[in-house]
Design a protein. Structure first.
Length: 199
């Protein structure tokens, strides 16, 4: 797959530092699959970075569901800072305490304008969220159910999905406007861009 279409600009050197930071922490906390550590740049960093161009220019508040090892939340927060993006409030939602500690260290290390919510997704309540992101977390309808506390019809959802995406779309009972965008990094990958979602 060609990956040169993903614009990183001033974010690239910081994303390289983040890559090293993940690999350093990986020795003590399982942040990514061990089989992908040798290709972290393509499999994780670039895969997440491609979401940035789909964040609306008017967006202010973003929630990343199940941020885990920082994907895509930390990647997008780094890009937002380096490329002077529109986001003013970024929330990493992560229930695992060790991963939450890692995410707080990322915020400190890279000076990110973000907060960690160390709680379960279904317990999160936030008003007027503009963007919701998620990667390799849950099936589409479950993601939407878990996000009921912060997703509204004005929210843009950007979900990175794999080859079962059509089944997930078929099983989604919630009315919405849905766009399938081919991934620039994964042969069978898809970005689901969802709006006008009524839960």
């Amino acid at each position: 797959m060609k990956q040169d279409a993903i614009y990183l600009g001033a974010a690239e050197p910081v994303l390289r530092q983040f890559q090293d930071f993940v690999l350093k922490w990986q020795k003590s906390v399982n942040l990514i699959s061990p089989t992908t550590t040798s290709d972290i740049w393509n499999r994780h960093i670039l895969d997440c970075a491609q979401l940035f161009e789909y964040i609306p220019s008017t967006a202010k508040k973003l929630v990343d569901m199940g941020t885990g090892g920082g994907f895509p939340g930390v990647v997008l927060a780094i890009m937002n800072k380096a490329l002077t993006g529109p986001l003013t409030d970024i929330y990493f939602v992560e229930s695992d305490i060790k991963k939450s500690i890692f995410l707080k260290e990322c915020i400190r290390e890279f000076g990110l304008n973000a907060s960690v919510l160390n709680e379960r997704l279904e317990n999160v309540k936030l008003d007027a969220v503009d963007v919701v992101t998620a990667r390799a977390l849950k099936e589409l309808k479950v993601l939407i159910q878990l996000g009921q506390g912060f997703i509204n019809p004005q929210t843009t959802c950007l979900f990175l999905k794999g080859e079962r995406v059509d089944d997930e779309i078929s099983n989604n009972p919630y009315p919405c406007h849905l766009e399938k965008i081919k991934s620039k990094t994964a042969e069978n990958g898809v970005i689901l861009k969802i709006g006008e979602l009524h839960i």
